[in-house]
Write a protein that binds this ligand. Structure first.
Ligand SMILES: Nc1ncnc2c1ncn2[C@@H]1O[C@H](COP(=O)(O)OP(=O)(O)OP(=O)(O)O)[C@@H](O)[C@H]1O
Length: 556
């Protein structure tokens, strides 16, 4: 865990600085207590009859340096915790960016939970380090001071503390288990929260859905979580109480037993009691802070495990790549590719759905349409074409070269895609200053020129209908000027007029511009607009004539 924090902090020298500052701040805190003890002794010995400028100066000096060292230490820790916060955030985002599509899908919830929870837990814990480390230093210094005042009393105190540590250590193991479980329960809560967030429209229309999620998911989680967390925190509380009782017993044994038995001088007993009370305060601080540090330990382990899981798999390079220009693209060939969903990945007990073996050739400038029934495997095939799902068998050739790890990055950049569940980005990310005339041309072509303007790399209006948003998504992709356009049921949300325009005017225009198009479509009325038409059936792709006789009107 410490190693991970070192990595996060980036510079071990910084950590050495924090440790030295925390020692300094703890030492000044202890010096205060030792000097007060000294003043008490002076008073008890009858030496404090007049104002002593030297004592006042030392007292003020200790307070000043305590405040100063504490402030410098605290500011350093605030800077450190902010760095921890952003380093872990960025680390998780980089993990996301570098993960394979399939990995991303299976780690989505864990990534989300780490980003919203673990990062905050770690930030809070790193702030608590200020109090924690000062208290630990005070405890250590108090031990040394006690041993000097009275080795015997110190031995008794140590025995009492050792008992406390033993009790604490035993219950800590239980508590850690409960904290881990609490973290798992948080992951489940995020699932329910996402259901409420993304399914809000449906829930709003049918409150029974919301009630079900609330009663059967959230409330069940609440019960489990309360029971679990109560055990964890009662465990910590018991430790605190046991610690307090042990200290009380120590004070009792000291005042009512040892002081009389050993005939200890009054100033030794007073000095010792004063340290014990000081020690009690520091120990309590440690006990109060420990749960948050334990949570931080669980969170760090989560982040580290997530990192390990994602890094153990093949990593993607996410550094900027270059688009292959349309002119440089010649052909794409799929030779007997097979993709099968693994049942263990989906948690299903039935055999995973399989697409393939599929063979397909797409030449530059061709328009290829794929149609097929629901669940026939069109999207799976397209995801395999895009390399988001990696086919387990078969070969892919682009521009005559076999697809391998070296050229995979350029391969991915071949495609401009509008998925059926597309995401419209706020800006044209990854695209440098597109030609405003070209943007205007596409806005006119897609009949959005009165609705949308383009300024500072972003479209002005995003308050559009689904069909209009899809047009904007396609414009964004066209501006990227990638050779291959992949469209998943793009026209499904367009009105009949625009649908006709898309198939009969826009597609030929895009073809003229040099785009190659691979589209999933159910618009049988426009199948004739394709150069090649394929039907997907139970994972098998077969070529069919582009002019089906069943639709004579398409010939017009
Ligand atoms: N992530 C997944 N894990 C396991 N099986 C899946 C997954 N996604 C889809 N499938 C299965 O693969 C089959 C094909 O799904 P796919 O989404 O490719 O069909 P489709 O032809 O695009 O359907 P639609 O027209 O309804 O979009 C389905 O039977 C589905 O159950």
């Amino acid at each position: 865990m410490i190693k991970h924090i070192f990595q996060i902090a980036g510079k071990p020298a910084l950590l050495v600085k924090y440790i030295l500052l925390s020692i300094l701040s703890g030492m000044f805190s202890f010096a205060f207590m030792a000097f007060v003890n000294f003043l008490i002794n002076e008073m008890m010995a009858g030496k404090a009859k007049t104002y002593n400028i030297q004592h006042i100066a030392i007292f003020a000096g200790i307070v000043f340096f305590f405040v100063l060292s504490r402030r410098i230490f605290s500011i350093s820790i605030i800077n450190f915790s902010q760095r921890v916060f952003w380093t872990i955030r960025k680390e998780i985002l980089q993990l996301m960016l570098r993960s394979e599509y399939e990995q991303f899908v299976s780690f989505k919830t864990a990534l989300h939970a780490s980003l919203v929870r673990d990062v905050n837990v770690l930030t809070i814990a790193s702030m608590n380090v200020i109090q924690f480390s000062s208290s630990v230093i005070v405890i250590m210094a108090s031990f040394i001071y006690m041993a000097i005042i009275s080795p015997l009393l110190f031995a008794v105190t140590l025995a009492v503390l050792a008992t406390g540590v033993l009790v604490y250590y035993r219950s800590m193991q239980h508590n850690e288990g409960y904290l881990k479980k609490a973290r798992d329960l948080e992951d489940s809560f995020i699932l329910s929260f996402n259901a409420l967030l993304h399914g809000f429209k449906e829930i709003h229309l049918d409150p029974n859905k919301g009630i079900d999620i609330f009663d059967k998911e959230v409330s069940v989680l609440e019960d489990k979580s309360i029971t679990n967390n109560r055990k964890a925190y009662v465990g910590f509380l018991n430790n605190q109480i046991i610690g307090q009782v042990l200290f009380n017993c120590l004070i009792g044994v000291l005042l009512l037993g040892l002081a009389i038995l050993l005939q200890l001088p009054a100033h030794t007993v007073v000095n010792f009691l004063f340290i014990v009370l000081f020690l009690l305060g520091a120990t309590e601080s440690v006990m109060v802070i420990l749960p948050s540090l334990m949570q931080a330990k669980v969170s760090i382990e989560r982040v580290a495990a997530l990192q390990k899981d994602l890094e153990s798999k093949e990593r993607l390079e996410y550094s900027a790549g270059h688009y292959l220009r349309k002119a440089d693209f010649n052909s794409l060939v799929f030779d007997n590719i097979i993709y099968t969903y693994h049942p263990q990945k989906t948690g299903s007990t039935t055999a995973g759905f399989s697409v393939g073996p599929v063979s397909l050739q797409v030449a530059k400038g061709e328009v290829v349409f794929i149609y097929g029934g629901n669940g026939s495997g069109k999207t799976t095939f397209i995801l395999s074409v895009l390399g988001l799902l990696k086919p387990q068998e078969g070969q892919v050739y682009f521009n005559g070269q076999i697809l391998n790890d070296e050229n995979y990055k350029s391969y991915r950049m071949l495609f401009g895609v509008v998925f059926s569940d597309f995401y419209l980005f706020e800006k044209l990310f990854g695209l440098e200053a597109p030609d405003p005339e070209r943007v205007q041309y596409y806005l006119r072509l897609f009949e959005l020129e009165h609705k949308v303007t383009f300024q500072d790399g972003a479209f002005s209006s995003r308050d559009l209908s689904t069909g209009q948003r899809k047009r904007l998504a396609l414009i964004s992709v066209l501006l990227e000027d990638k050779p291959l356009l992949v469209l998943d049921e793009w026209a499904a949300d367009q009105d009949p007029h625009f649908r006709k325009k898309f198939y009969t005017e826009i597609i030929p225009l895009l073809k003229q511009e040099g785009f190659t198009i691979l589209a999933i479509t159910h618009d049988d009325r426009y199948y004739h607009c394709a150069d090649k038409l394929y039907q997907m059936d139970y994972g098998k792709l077969k070529q069919v004539p582009a002019l089906p006789l069943s639709h004579p009107e398409v010939v017009q």
